[in-house]
Design a protein around this ligand. Structure first.
Ligand SMILES: *[C@@H]1O[C@H](CO)[C@@H](O)[C@H](O)[C@H]1NC(C)=O
Ligand SMILES: *[C@@H]1O[C@H](CO)[C@@H](O)[C@H](O)[C@H]1NC(C)=O
Ligand SMILES: *[C@@H]1O[C@H](CO)[C@@H](O)[C@H](O)[C@H]1NC(C)=O
Ligand SMILES: [Zn+2]
Length: 433
């Protein structure tokens, strides 16, 4: 009877394609793509045949919610680590030090390990520690070391404007890592449609033109995946970090200039304002209450003491955030002394605002077909990626139960295995009797 159990087990599991492959030692791969600032509804007023096809052949969420703070680096690092911003501490796109007044622009921050490496391991490193090969093309957080360990293959972001030819070349490069070099996980980042959203505003025709370009790029990606015979082994997740909203300007509204409400030089020792809808301030010693009170009188914004953040922000534990954080009402930019902001669109606002919601699509051998998911928080993408890659996740704040509905046969084979084993045990004991 010794041979019956293994035989039945392998027969029963052959039905579940993804898991049977796992049993034979071949693991499906994952490409995570992010298009920065892709608001959840950007494909509703443009023809997007390739994205539509993605939805039919895979899964789509109605929308997903980024964490507070709805900014590029904080949100991307939550996606790739499954940790709240208060835990990973990448609290801004700009590396700063409130004591020394150091401020580095986003582009420079991308290669500074001391900003990103705060004890939370991103998926690349966790996967590498379990024997997988990983790469990052332009992805925020991919170009630094974690505990001294680098991602296997890194291309640092080149912030040049969108160029369809170069985008295709980037896709060719990334797919060759899978087809020729056996990579398991690659993350790929595009700086659009964030840039056009800032420059022209989300309602401008140029934003629609950009969505058409992105749609063609997705078409090229899927065509290339098929041409390279990767369709049966490569899963693709397409997501983003936040949405975009139109900046309110005069004469429609009175723009916010914080120096009108408090003397910034007298009361503050450090600040980052003039950076969209979200701002941080370090009051001079003993001035915390004065700053709080003065800003509480300002219209069209909410001021928070760090230790009094709403629970849902998951920011209160952060050591890096200064004592005062300001979140403007939707569409109001926070200006410090005068209006320097030329942006027509922006983000950084409350993550419950629909304009801050963003996208999620997934397609590949492990995902359901033509499945529309209810909205979920981006923090739950991390355990889903670990499941697809069949690795043990690092400690995280997501929940696989939220996202495993997107998968084919989630654990079904395992449950089947248990019942087959039980049945066989029963049969064997009957036979023995
Ligand atoms: C786009 O990139 C290609 C390849 O690098 C280059 O030859 C071309 O001139 C670029 N086009 C534009 C409009 O910048
Ligand atoms: C902004 O604040 C002013 C003053 O309190 C108020 O009258 C106005 O309605 C607010 N605007 C918006 C768009 O909420
Ligand atoms: C997030 O996960 C970390 C690691 O497991 C844990 O220490 C932390 O308490 C979690 N945060 C919340 C809000 O549950
Ligand atoms: Zn942006």
């Amino acid at each position: 009877m010794d041979w019956i159990l293994p035989l039945l087990l392998s027969l029963s599991c052959a039905a579940g394609v993804p898991l049977s492959r796992a049993a034979s030692g071949q693991r499906n791969r994952l490409l995570l793509i992010s298009f920065d600032g892709f608001r959840w509804d950007y494909d509703r007023d443009v023809e997007t045949p390739h994205l539509d096809q993605l939805g039919r052949e895979g899964v789509r969420a109605k929308y997903i919610s980024p964490p507070m703070l709805t900014m590029t680096s904080p949100s991307h690092f939550t996606t790739i680590s499954g940790r709240w911003v208060e835990d990973h501490e990448v609290v801004h796109n700009m590396m700063y030090n409130a004591k020394t007044n150091l401020k580095l622009p986003h582009q420079k921050t991308l290669t500074r390990s001391e900003w990103w490496d705060n004890g939370v391991l991103p998926l690349w490193i966790t996967a590498q520690n379990q024997g997988l090969k990983t790469g990052s093309f332009y992805f925020p957080g991919g170009a630094v070391n974690y505990g001294g360990q680098a991602v296997n293959r890194v291309v640092v972001e080149d912030p040049r404007p969108a160029n369809e030819t170069e985008w295709k070349q980037n896709i060719d490069t990334v797919l060759s890592w899978f087809s020729e070099e056996d990579f398991h996980l690659v993350t790929l980042y595009f700086g659009e449609p964030d840039r056009v959203g800032h420059q022209k505003g989300p309602d401008h025709p140029d934003r629609k033109t950009m969505i058409r370009l992105i749609d063609r790029t997705i078409g090229y990606l899927r065509e290339s995946i098929a041409r390279l015979h990767l369709s049966d082994s490569l899963n693709v997740i397409l997501t983003s970090d936040h949405g975009m909203t139109t900046v309110k300007k005069r004469p429609e509204v009175e723009e916010l200039v914080l120096n009108k409400y408090l003397n910034l030089v007298k009361l503050n020792s450090f600040e980052i304002l003039d950076y969209g809808g979200f701002g941080i301030l370090t009051p001079r010693p003993g001035k915390e209450q004065d700053v709080f009170d003065a800003l509480s009188k300002a219209p069209n914004l909410t001021v928070y003491k760090k230790n009094e953040f709403p629970e849902s922000f998951h920011l209160a534990k952060s050591k890096r955030l200064p004592p005062i954080v300001v979140v403007a009402d939707l569409g109001f930019n926070l200006n410090s002394r005068f209006i320097v902001y030329v942006n027509k669109g922006d983000h950084g606002f409350h993550n419950s605002e629909m304009d801050m919601k963003t996208i999620f699509w997934a397609v590949g051998p492990d995902f359901k077909k033509n499945f529309l998911s209810e909205p979920f928080d981006s923090i739950h993408i991390y355990p889903l990626m670990c499941k697809v890659l069949q690795i043990d996740p690092a400690p995280h704040n997501g929940s696989l139960s939220v996202t495993e509905k997107l998968l084919l046969l989630h654990g079904g084979c395992q449950r089947y295995r248990v019942s087959v084993a039980l049945l066989l045990t029963l049969l064997c004991s009957l036979a023995l009797i």
